[in-house]
Design a protein around this ligand. Sequence first.
Ligand code: S3P
Length: 198
Amino acid sequence: MRPMLRQRPPRTLVLVGLMGAGKTSIGRRLAARLGLPFVDADQEIERAAGCSIPEFFERYGEPAFREGERRVIARLLDQPLQVLSTGGGAFMDADTRALVRQRAHSIWLRAELDLLVQRTARRGNRPLLKDSDPRETLRKLMELRHPYYAQADITVDSGDRPAEDTVDRVVESLQAYLDNEADTQIPETRSQPAAVQS
Ligand code: S3P
């Protein structure tokens, strides 16, 4: 039996991590396991822009992409409970991080460099890896971004194993996180404090 959550997560689940970490693939499966809708922020950006991400980078440049990404993610975080996978750069934005912290639970899918290189080589749809040595670029991005991803609520290693096994780990870590959160919540005041006599 695959692990399941004992309760509905109280907030949207946001997947963060580098290109090739498996955010979309794991996110889609996680959503199916939990019976939640799945949305991919990059696909939403493409839909809103009416072009692919490589085309967007070419036509408008990276800063415009980041601006659009921030707006689209803010809109998606306004929607009801869902699983949301984000592009690798999204969590670098301070506003996005703050919004995710406020409205969602974040899950960092962490993967080794070799695996990221291998997975991103399968498709040529990443503008940041187009004109450079992909391994070197990914290595630098790891250095730069890992401290930010590490701010996520949960970290799960996304190794070279069947995707459903990684989903198992996400579900188990999420359950532990939610249990811990419930334990540390300040208990509600059950009775009214006595009126202060003046
Ligand atoms: C990017 C990652 C991509 C996409 C864009 C920029 C990044 O998404 O948003 O190419 O800055 O790491 P994936 O992480 O889904 O590949």
